[in-house]
Design a protein around this ligand. Structure first.
Ligand code: ADP
Ligand code: ASP
Ligand code: MG
Length: 407
């Protein structure tokens, strides 16, 4: 007998029929003798709808109240799934995050899980019930409802799996696994049977929304075996492997991209100690996350240009702050662009192979795509390009690195 945590995403519970399909799947596992905890998302489109409602009343919405509103999406799904299970003779019980006691910090809209009380869940499992838990939501120490950030049900599932020392956490979604890149952008993308945890972490943090990054972090930290698979088709999906040796070593495993980036440049700032701090300090104080940073030495060697990227949602705020900074520092000019995208190639094989960057740049040059920024780490290379080239760049790189062919 195994203890399995299964998570079903928005599309997988997007209609009454789909919820009934999920119930059938869950029952099959239970009938096989496994103990099953199911974590569900809101029905597809529901979270966006709720955010829209909130914004129609107050924009930007009060973060605490927004959590109260958004959390209702998942509460509906748990109730419906529990009823569907009941209807096919599979005893179950639904729980909100607060009822389980998914304890989080108080950072509304992006809370982090601190602890999960497993006792309730265990008691139900031991009594032969399937436990249905609302993803995406928790409760802070004061009893306020919190949510974990978009895509957060993945993290709820992995955290529940960790708390229960589950044998496997299965993320059921609308694709049958993790692909070499988003199949919606490159139809020739290939499903990976396995990907290392480290690569998955990079892919997620560089924009692959198939798994929320925190879910991957959790899986690594607590050694939770994690698998991504389809809720509609049968198959083995993709195993996020904790052992690197077991994985066939392609040099590049995948391509991730993020559309929602923006870049800002401050030109002609004095080149002296403390400059980076003066520029980025106020940005950090405004709680704006900075991603890539580049500093150039200008030709006159007395001044420098400084460029960084932020999430597109933070662009206007960052621009206003940077303009104030520029004035205070007597900088020459501030420029910005919120129509950029970041594309990254990821692979642990990069550690032992030279020439990957030049191959990447050559492939982009061949398509006439201008690279606006570059950043590298041990297992990834990222470039910033104009957003209009995103699809073209992803496909060009996919084919240059022959990702459609089995390694
Ligand atoms: P869910 O609602 O089940 O959580 P998501 O929409 O969050 O589903 O994640 C699944 C989607 O992730 C897929 O439909 C796919 O378009 C996208 N995606 C992005 N990158 C990848 C990738 N490398 N492999 C598979 N899917 C990806
Ligand atoms: N329903 C939430 C969202 O749309 C959480 C999730 O689907 O994982 O972001
Ligand atoms: Mg998701």
């Amino acid at each position: 007998m195994a203890l399995i945590v299964q998570k079903y995403g928005g599309t997988s519970v997007g209609s009454v029929e789909r919820i009934q399909n999920v119930a059938q799947r869950v029952k099959r596992w239970r009938d096989q003798g496994d103990q099953v905890v199911v974590v569900v998302s809101a029905m597809s489109g529901e979270t966006d709808r709720l955010i829209g409602l909130a914004k129609a009343i107050q924009n930007p919405p009060n973060p605490r109240e927004l959590d109260v509103i958004m959390a209702t999406g998942e509460q509906v799904t748990i109730g419906l799934l529990a009823m569907a299970l009941d209807g096919i003779g599979c005893p179950s019980r639904s729980y909100t995050g607060g009822q389980v006691q998914v304890l989080t910090d108080s950072a509304h809209n992006k809370a982090r899980i601190r602890d999960i009380e497993g006792a309730n869940i265990r008691a139900d499992l031991d009594a032969g019930r399937v436990v249905v838990v609302a993803g995406f939501q928790g409760v802070d120490e004061q009893g306020n409802i919190t949510t974990l950030g978009r895509g957060g049900s993945d993290t709820s599932a992995v955290a529940v799996a960790a708390a229960l020392s589950a044998d496997e956490c299965q993320i059921y979604t609308d694709v049958d696994g993790v692909y070499t890149t988003d199949p919606r952008v490159e139809p020739r993308a290939r499903k990976l049977d396995r990907i290392t945890f480290e690569e998955m972490l990079e892919m997620a943090s560089l924009g692959s929304k198939v798994l929320q990054i925190r879910s991957v972090e959790f899986a690594g930290k607590y050694k939770v075996p994690l698998r991504v698979l389809s809720s509609l088709e049968e198959g083995e999906g993709t195993l996020i492997s904790l052992e690197e040796d077991a994985v066939e070593q392609a040099v590049i495993s995948g391509i991730a991209f993020a559309r929602d980036e923006a870049k800002l440049t401050i030109l002609g700032v004095p080149d002296q100690p403390g400059v980076a701090y003066k520029i980025l300090g106020p940005i950090a104080d405004a709680n704006i996350e900075v991603d890539m940073i580049i500093q150039n030495i200008a030709a006159d060697e007395a001044t420098t240009d400084f460029t960084f990227t932020v999430h597109r949602n933070d662009y206007q705020r960052a621009l206003a702050i940077l303009k104030d900074t520029a004035e205070a520092m007597a900088a020459r000019q501030v420029t910005g662009d919120d129509r950029i995208a970041k594309i990254s190639i990821v692979g642990v094989g990069m550690r032992s192979h030279a020439g990957i960057a030049s191959k990447m740049f050559a492939a982009l040059a061949k398509e006439g795509i201008n690279i606006r920024m570059i950043s590298t780490s041990e297992i990834k290379i990222s470039v910033v390009v104009d957003e209009k080239y995103l699809e073209l760049a992803v496909r060009a790189l996919h084919s240059a690195f022959e990702l459609d062919k089995t390694a």
